[in-house]
Design a protein. Sequence first.
Length: 367
Amino acid sequence: MDVKVVRRGVPELLSFTIRRDKIPVYSLDASYMIAPQTGYIKINRFAATTHAEFMNALASLKSQGMKDLILDLQGNGGGYLNAAIDIANEFLGDEELIVYTEGRRSARRDFYADGNGKHQFGKLVVLVDEYSASASEIVSGAVQDWDRGMVVGRRTFGKGLVQRPIDLPDGSMIRLTISRYYTPAGRCIQKPYENTENYAADLIERYNRGEMMSADSIHFPDSLKCTTLKKGRTVYGGGGIMPDYFVPVDTTLYTDYHRQISYKGVLLKVHYQLIDAYRKEWNKKYKDYASFAQKFEMTEPMMQRLKDEAEKAGIAYNEEQYRKSESLLKLQMKALIARDLWDMNEYYHTINVADESVKKALELLKE
């Protein structure tokens, strides 16, 4: 298919021929050495290629001297069961149970590690949050139950149902729940869903009752108490995985002004304007990411452009809120620019500087 494209700064229409091809969609966002002997891997979902992507990243990090690993599952809503089992298998010992499924009319089915994992002995930290669900909870639950590593962040979503797709004659489909996931210690991952309104509003209720800000706001009945399989630590079932180390939501830099700039797309718009204007200059100035990370700074004219575009979008300027969010806005813009000059790896390399869960993981690995 032949198309013509308008490009900023080019007077004539540009002609292109578009040819259909297979576009790979990766599930691993980033992998890099975040500290001496410590690697970082970010998985955004569990897909058919996740394990292969993970193994390639792991081999690359080990060749760079990695001994310990931070596995980031924050925001990972899950995916294929087999992909989660394959990832967990890389951390656990031979014949250690990874997960089992069981239902009212479905017999128990166990899934075990085969003992051939490539990261069975180095230190391990798994990062989770309230949006980590399903397959993410299988991996983090297995790591926690076997005392294989530390889970850091906030209580996970709590989605642990096995569903079977059933095709209907009209071409539609229903997904029938047939069983539930259980962690090696016997914890049910699924949160209660008898009341659909409460289920849908669960995350909002967590915020309202202070769970995102303080671990003291989280209470479990004794009936949900379990113990880990090697050290006998107390853990709880009945709704997600509670981390070993709680990290509250950091709201210190967030304001209404920042939220509006983000939600209305102003941050992305200005970032694209800057990339179009300065890409050639920055490519010459920063020969590699290390020099960019060390030397690049958002200038006052760049930030003024952001404020001007925000005003055009109907966002009233608020000096107090801008100053409060300024460092976050600059960091987010820098991360987006790093992504476009290089790739997602450099985006996370930049943005993780301000991630409190990442900071906590690095702190724990030093102990």
